[in-house]
Design a protein around this ligand. Sequence first.
Ligand SMILES: *Cc1c(COP(=O)(O)O)cnc(C)c1O
Length: 426
Amino acid sequence: MQFENTLDFAKKMDHEDPIASMRKQFHIPKHSDDNDEIYLCGNSLGLQPKKTEDYLQYELTQWQKYGVKGHFSGDFPWMPYHEFLTEGFANLVGAKDSEVVAMNSLTANLHFMMVSFYRPTQSRHKILIEDHAFPSDHYAVESQVKYHGFDPQESMILVKPRDGEDTIRHEDLIKIIEEQGDSIALIMLPGVQYYTGQVFKMKEITEAGHLKGCKVGFDLAHAAGNVVMNLHDWSVDFACWCTYKYLNSGPGSVAGCFVHEKHHSDETIPRFAGWWGHDKSTRFKMENSFKPMHSAEAWQLSNPPILSLAAIRASLDTIKEAGGIGELAAKSKSLTDYLRYLLKQELGEDIKILTPESEGEYGCQLSLTVDTHGLDGKVVFERIEKSGVTGDWRYPNVIRIAPVPLYNSYEDCYRFVQILKASLEA
Ligand SMILES: *Cc1c(COP(=O)(O)O)cnc(C)c1O
């Protein structure tokens, strides 16, 4: 695609974009001048789909009218409500319906998955994660290691980029797995790295891990709703994701979880159980013997918060209307490529892009550092915010910018780069 660095060209791209009209299905926050903000922060908190209010209102009305009978009445009874999200989740991560479930929150699910899939022994007790993992993931892993009586110093392998580089090389990861795999119990990496936007090669990592007898799980917080995945075919053991980033389901909304079908009937796997994981047909006999379902649902504990699931349903329906993750990823690539092109054209010397450029190694997000000498990145970030751009700042020095295919436009990218340029000159 031959891009051009003009507003007319950006508008032409929007005009030709088959899913441009999806933007109208979202509430776009207003800047103080009453124009739409240039909201490039869907990697942190996705915007609210217009369907969400109706879907929530429907459940509030059910509760008003039917009380407890809402569990069995209406078009979306609460008892099986999580099942209304199954197909949407399965399509997003490339899973069978039986392999996905909406439950708990992301970090809670990471713990529950580690209870089942991190089973250290004296000779195989290590967990491979990144040195710069999202802190919650680091804390979760460290506390699991300690819980099993091991020493995090010895049982955590923290992979780093090479000196002077910003992202982890795939070949370095594979080399660690090949060399140390015999002592690694669990490989737990992100699908998309939160700080740099790097997309990891999940299929190859899983293959390399399994060849060495390791379990392999992914944190898909920044991957779900962003990139196309095939967790089932890749034979990934488990994965967890939140729904408030690219899945637009509202702050703190219920998370998603994938457990590969090969584990569904294995009764030797330990699990922290709750009544919602018990066989549906006999759950309400209220008996003491736990009989797990043969699906990812077996890992559920509690009856879920329906208002939050309703927001997820609104979001999944909105994504379906746009044509699904394949359609979104196609636009995302073009939109992000355009943003990168503009940044290089206008600010090649002043802005460094940390996110890898090769095919398959980036999704929506570009992570930028300010390289103009004498200018502090944080100051630049504050200037662009004042001018109507919402991105986000991550210590120590990155501005994360995510053009989201559902509601961002080529014009947003164009205007953002103009504002960034002016902020460097100011
Ligand atoms: C956003 C994010 C989290 C947040 O965890 P919660 O349990 O939802 O608060 C954790 N890990 C990663 C990698 C994230 O990107």
